[in-house]
Write a protein that binds this ligand. Structure first.
Ligand code: AMP
Length: 280
């Protein structure tokens, strides 16, 4: 396994593999790798000759008051995990190479970036779309792997690839959860022992929604109301949003007919957690 920090070197190595017609799989991450990330890496490993994992805490997707400075960076552990999974390249560029002085170009997927998580985090998805575009250009993968955990991100990346005719296939892998139901996240490390218990209310509220739908309830407003009541029972939980939306355009749905996405963001202490359930 090779660690590459230089953009030009990354491009050249990837180009060599492409010329030898070796399929390239890319897994973009911000590091602090857990089983959720590793599920993407394993899928990439199964499907490609050459696997690149990028580890880059992207400053462009953090707001001024967010956790850029405290974001966990256990780089050595990440290397151990990636080596174990048979990753070929860790692409770990420096921020000043990615955004050199005078950097000016950003990618915005309109009418999707400003919804759900985009409301409290203006600019977040512009940062995400920009870095993913840059990594697609640098690595030029055949397939890139993302997690359903970040449902809105997956929708935005798919739309961006379609709109900009970027020649990459996007694969979205299911949410990996702890045994107790908590969706794995690098930000779970911010949770105290009590916070870890309180955080279970996110997946519990999604399970409640699932049960209500199975029992025949279709009114989004009523489902959201029940989820809201359950979460509000936890004093430490601060709901940012609970939404039932179309799984492609992320517009609110009043009455559930077939596919939709139930998504929520809740703060537990200083950890901002997201989770979702795809109704199919
Ligand atoms: P991050 O490092 O948080 O930017 O995540 C990198 C990729 O891993 C994104 O595509 C995430 O959606 C995905 N991911 C993060 N957590 C999980 C999880 N619990 N299950 C599946 N994929 C995940």
């Amino acid at each position: 396994m090779k660690i590459i920090r230089n953009i030009k070197e990354m491009s050249e190595v990837a180009k060599k593999h492409r010329q030898r017609r070796k399929s390239i799989g890319l897994v973009p991450t911000m590091g602090a790798l857990h089983e959720g990330h590793l599920s993407l890496v394993r899928q990439a490993r199964r499907e490609n000759v050459f696997v690149v994992v990028s580890i880059f805490v992207n400053p462009a997707q953090f707001g001024a008051k967010e956790d850029l400075k405290s974001y966990p960076e256990p780089f050595k552990n990440d290397l151990v995990s990636c080596r174990k999974e048979g990753v070929d390249i860790i692409f770990h560029p420096e921020a000043k190479q990615i955004y050199p002085e005078g950097y000016k170009t950003y990618v915005e997927v309109k009418n999707l970036s400003d919804l759900l998580c985009g409301k409290p985090r203006p600019g977040h998805f512009i940062g995400v779309a920009t870095i993913v575009t840059k990594f697609f250009n640098i690595v030029q993968p055949d397939t890139a792997y993302f997690g359903q955990k970040d449902a809105q991100q997956a929708v935005i990346i798919k739309k961006m690839v379609k709109d900009l005719n970027i020649p990459v296939e996007i694969k979205v892998m299911p949410i990996v959860r702890q045994k107790d139901g908590l969706a794995m996240s690098s930000r779970n490390t911010y949770l105290s022992a009590q916070g870890k218990k309180d955080a279970l209310v996110l997946s519990q509220s999604l399970n409640l929604a699932k049960d209500l739908i199975q029992k025949g309830l279709r009114d989004s407003h009523k489902i959201i109301h029940s989820m809201n009541n359950l979460i509000k029972n936890k004093k430490a939980a601060k709901i940012e949003y609970i939404a039932i939306v179309d799984s492609k355009n992320l517009k609110p749905i009043e009455i559930i007919k077939n596919h939709c996405l139930i998504a929520l963001a809740v703060k537990i202490g200083k950890a901002r957690l997201i989770d979702n359930y795809l109704v199919t």
